[in-house]
Each structure stands twice: as structure tokens, then as C-alpha cells.
Ligand binder design. Structure first.
Ligand code: B12
Length: 210
């Protein structure tokens, strides 16, 4: 774990953070370790925001740094992309929530692991998930969210999928910073995944590959 990268991000030193990330990439550091350092930095930024030490500009700046670093990492992760698609996944950030950095990492990891992914974007209402499921017919649906209010949106989305008669044919996974197994039970989703690798693992298990 690169402490220097964590410190630069928490210190809001954008140029320094990007150049450390580039250095790490050049030295052959595992891209997933670089992402782990970014996540640690985001957690610290979030805690300071909660304590009133940081404000919205810092949240935005940390998000921007992470986005730039993810862009740098994309080609490396894309290295082992498979050409044959092994199953369909729909994913989106649930209604009321616009946090999408984590979701985008999940989309990227599912993509490089050979799944066909439809990304519905942010602030996605339940009926948009339902319509997309009817059209795209995925085996797996992923709901992402970072806000506490996302818990209810996730529950409503699962309920809408059930009400549309689509629940039996799909597996639903949820994830995002504050999600855990308790929220999984609350929303009646099938599983909770703590990070993008876990999203891939769950999808592989459910689709029966790998
Ligand atoms: C960056 C950030 C923002 C950026 C978001 C930019 C963007 N495009 O996403 C901006 C500035 C826009 C923002 C806005 C707000 N934010 Co904000 N934000 C954050 C911050 C600092 C980091 C989030 C992040 O990107 N983390 C890094 C990613 C990589 O992690 P991740 O999302 O968890 O993703 C990983 C896993 O969770 C998992 N995963 C994610 N999705 C899924 C899905 C599935 C299916 C699976 C299996 C796995 C999975 O895989 C990912 C990769 O490994 C967090 C603090 C924190 N603790 O992290 C606060 C935080 C989430 N924000 C918070 C708040 C309050 C807000 C605002 C309400 C602030 C305001 N007053 O306006 C608004 C909300 C707007 C809205 N309606 O959504 C609070 C939420 C508190 C709460 N209890 O609800 C937090 C926790 C900060 C805090 N501690 O107070 N924010």
C-alpha cells in the first residue's frame, strides 16, 4: 500500500498524487494495490468531511483525483480482456445517489473479466432498472450506492423487480461504501460485495464460469 499516494490524496495535492500513481504504474505495482490506496485515501477524506474538517470542494477534489487515477489504470486492467462475452449484467447507482466512482470500477472489472455490461448511470429510478431488465435480459443486476438513503432506494428497486415478475430469473448484488450484510438482508438482495473483485466473483459464481 503506497502511503505516499494516500498522503498526497488526503493532502489534496492533485499533481503529486497523479505523479506518484504514474511512478507506481511504471514500477509495475499491481493496479489493484493502487486502487486500494486510493480507497483508503477516500475513506480518510470522508471521515474528515464528517467531522467538519473538510467540505464539498475536498470531496469533489478527491473524487476527481480518483477518477484520473482510474483512467491511468484502465489500460492495465484491460490487458487481459476476453473477447468472448460470458453473461450479461446490468448495473447502476440507485435513485437519489450520484456517487459513481466505485460503480465505474465495478463496471470496468466486470468488462475486463468478460461480461457484457449495461451501465444505467447514476440516480436510476426502480422502473428504469425494470425496463432495462426486460430489454437486456441480464442474469445479474448490480445496485450501487454510497448514501444512507440508497438503502431504501435499493429495497424499492428489488421490490419493483419482484413486482414486475422478473425476480426469479435474476440474481441481485449490492455494493457501495456503507453497504454490508445487514443492508443486504434489509433490501432482500441476493448478496453484498465489498469491492469490484467481489462483484466479479459473485457474477462468475452465478453465471457459472471461471
Ligand atoms: C467522492 C465523494 C463524493 C463526490 C462523488 C463523485 C462521484 N462522481 O462519484 C461528490 C463530491 C459528488 C459527492 C457528493 C455528495 N456526497 Co459524497 N463522498 C465522496 C467520498 C469522499 C468518496 C466516495 C468514493 O468514490 N469512494 C471510492 C470508491 C472506489 O469506493 P466505493 O464507492 O465504495 O466503491 C467500491 C466498493 O464499494 C464496491 N462497489 C461499489 N458499487 C458496487 C456495486 C456492487 C453491485 C458491488 C458488488 C460492489 C460495489 O466496489 C468499488 C470498487 O472496489 C465519500 C467518503 C468515503 N468514505 O469514501 C463521501 C460520502 C459518500 N459522501 C457523503 C455525502 C454526505 C455527500 C453529499 C450529500 C454532500 C452534500 N452535502 O452535497 C453529496 C451527495 C450527492 C448525491 N445525491 O449523491 C457522505 C455520505 C453520508 C451518508 N451517510 O449518506 C460520505 C460517506 C462522506 C461522509 N463521511 O460524510 N461525494
Amino acid at each position: 500500500m503506497s502511503k505516499a499516494l494516500v498522503n498526497a490524496m488526503v493532502g489534496m495535492k492533485e499533481n503529486e498524487a497523479i505523479s506518484i500513481a504514474k511512478d507506481l504504474i511504471e514500477k509495475g505495482e499491481d493496479p489493484l494495490n493502487i486502487l486500494a490506496a486510493c480507497r483508503e485515501a477516500m475513506d480518510t477524506v470522508g471521515k474528515r468531511f464528517e467531522k467538519g474538517e473538510f467540505f464539498l470542494p475536498e470531496l469533489m477534489m478527491s473524487g476527481e483525483m480518483l477518477r484520473q487515477i482510474s483512467e491511468l489504470l484502465k489500460p492495465l486492467l484491460k490487458g487481459d480482456v476476453q473477447t468472448e462475452r460470458s453473461g450479461k449484467v446490468i448495473i447502476g447507482t440507485v435513485q437519489g445517489d450520484i456517487h459513481d466512482i466505485g460503480k465505474d470500477i465495478v463496471v470496468l472489472m466486470l468488462d475486463v473479466n468478460g461480461f457484457e455490461v449495461m451501465d444505467l448511470g447514476i440516480d436510476v429510478p426502480p422502473d428504469k432498472f425494470v425496463d432495462a431488465i426486460k430489454d437486456f435480459q441480464p442474469a445479474v443486476v448490480g445496485l450501487s450506492g454510497f448514501l444512507t438513503l440508497a438503502f431504501d432506494s435499493m429495497k424499492e428497486t428489488v421490490a419493483a423487480i419482484q413486482a414486475a415478475g422478473l425476480r426469479d430469473n435474476i440474481k441481485i448484488m449490492i455494493g457501495g461504501g456503507q453497504i454490508d450484510d445487514e443492508i443486504k438482508t434489509y433490501t432482500t438482495a441476493d448478496a453484498y460485495g465489498k469491492d469490484a473483485m467481489e462483484a466479479v466473483k459473485l457474477t462468475k459464481e452465478w453465471i457459472g464460469v471461471g
